[in-house]
Design a binder for this molecule. Structure first.
Ligand code: UT7
Length: 337
């Protein structure tokens, strides 16, 4: 009998309606459409309107993933995981609120904070829970409102990040079914914690300052150093996941990497020895949506019928922490919502 595995059953995504093209970015940023396209591939991003935050986007995407999975009864979902770097509050976590608003009631619900690798971390956590028999279904959501932590005067971050949410429903199954998560690899290096961080808002700041420094609520990023690390770490993690599942690079049909920068995705493909045609990119439309970027890219590609049932997918991500992670799966028969 085939080994137990988590199997992808539903996929949903949500982007807030307001788009901001490169030309519509605030003038004070002293940037240009040409620079942004050439250096990142980004043409536009979506920014949530004031008053809309991460849980709101997560609920929309979660609702759509449940619909895509054909799940109507609340007791079928035993766990809700929200991967985010921009939670609604430092406490409580965003996931219980999202679960309650989706009518998923007493399901276990918690956030995963692993930066832009959060979705892959959450997927691995969900897969472990399902193979252990903890739940029948797990809802995994990557959701971000990065627009709330962007310094409007910092062109090295403000042009890159966008808001959005993507979600998947996983069920318990076996590894011979299309949609099975067949291998994961996760890693971290906390010595790189200052490469990308939001310095304020936590215990560190409160322990040293009586009054918060308003500038510390913004994301700070050492872009060039992260770029190099991202390519190296994702390539290594991808190779590790492929080794675990026993696939060669040539057997991978689609590389779905974290959408941080089109140049990073292409450099990653080159390092792996994979042609660019197999790289899935959504960054042109949505910018870098951190933990939401992989499920958003999956939903976009699936909506364009880019994946066939049984295709082999490699997901890989890198982000603040530093963290990284990869997952190998086959594609199921599903319609994204
Ligand atoms: O999501 C996970 C974490 N984040 C990432 O993975 C992001 C990784 N890093 C990157 O994507 C890239 O490093 C950036 C897009 C952030 C920057 O691109 P780059 O090609 O590494 O540019 P750079 O930092 O080397 O800067 C080159 C020049 C500089 O000017 P000088 O010193 O050569 O005169 C920058 O000041 O480009 C300038 N610059 C800009 N110019 C116009 C930086 N940002 C901008 C901008 N518009 N938005």
């Amino acid at each position: 009998m085939a080994a137990r595995a988590a199997v992808l059953k539903g996929l949903g995504s949500y982007l807030p309606p307001r788009t901001v093209t490169n030309d519509e970015l605030p003038r004070q940023l002293d940037t240009s459409d040409a620079w942004i396209r050439q250096r990142t591939g980004i043409r536009q991003r979506h920014w949530a309107d004031p008053g809309v935050c991460t849980s709101d986007l997560a609920v929309e995407a979660g609702h759509r993933a449940l619909k895509s999975a054909g799940i109507g009864t609340s007791d079928a979902v035993g766990m809700v995981i929200v991967a985010t770097t921009t939670p609604d509050h430092p406490c409580p976590a965003t996931a219980p609120d999202v679960a309650a608003r989706l009518g998923l009631g007493p399901a276990a619900a918690f956030d995963v904070a692993a930066g832009c690798s959060g979705f892959v971390y959450a997927l691995a956590t969900a897969a472990a829970a399902l193979t252990a028999g903890y739940a029948e279904h797990v809802l995994v959501i990557g959701a971000e409102t990065f627009s709330t932590v962007l310094d409007p005067a910092d062109r090295t971050t403000a042009v890159i990040f966008g808001d959005g949410a993507g979600a998947v429903v996983l069920r318990g199954g076996t590894c011979d079914e299309p949609g099975a998560i067949l291998a994961v690899d996760l890693g971290s290096d906390g010595t790189g914690k200052d490469f990308a961080s939001i310095p304020g808002g936590g215990a560190r700041e409160r322990s040293v300052r009586a009054e918060p420094n308003p500038d510390d609520r913004y994301l700070r990023m050492r872009g060039k150093e992260i770029f190099a690390q991202a390519v190296r770490r994702m390539a290594h993690s991808s190779a590790t996941a492929l080794g675990k599942v026993g696939w060669s690079v040539d057997q991978v049909d689609h590389l779905v990497g974290h959408q941080a920068n089109l140049r990073i995705l292409h450099a990653l493909a080159q390092q792996l020895g994979m042609d660019k045609q197999r790289v899935v990119s959504h960054i042109q439309q949505a910018g870098n949506t951190s933990a939401a970027s992989i499920p958003l890219a999956l939903a976009d590609a699936a909506a364009q019928h880019r994946f066939q049932t049984h295709d082999r997918l490699l997901l890989t991500a890198f982000g603040a922490g530093l963290t990284w992670g990869s997952a190998a799966l086959t594609w199921p028969q599903l319609t994204p919502a």
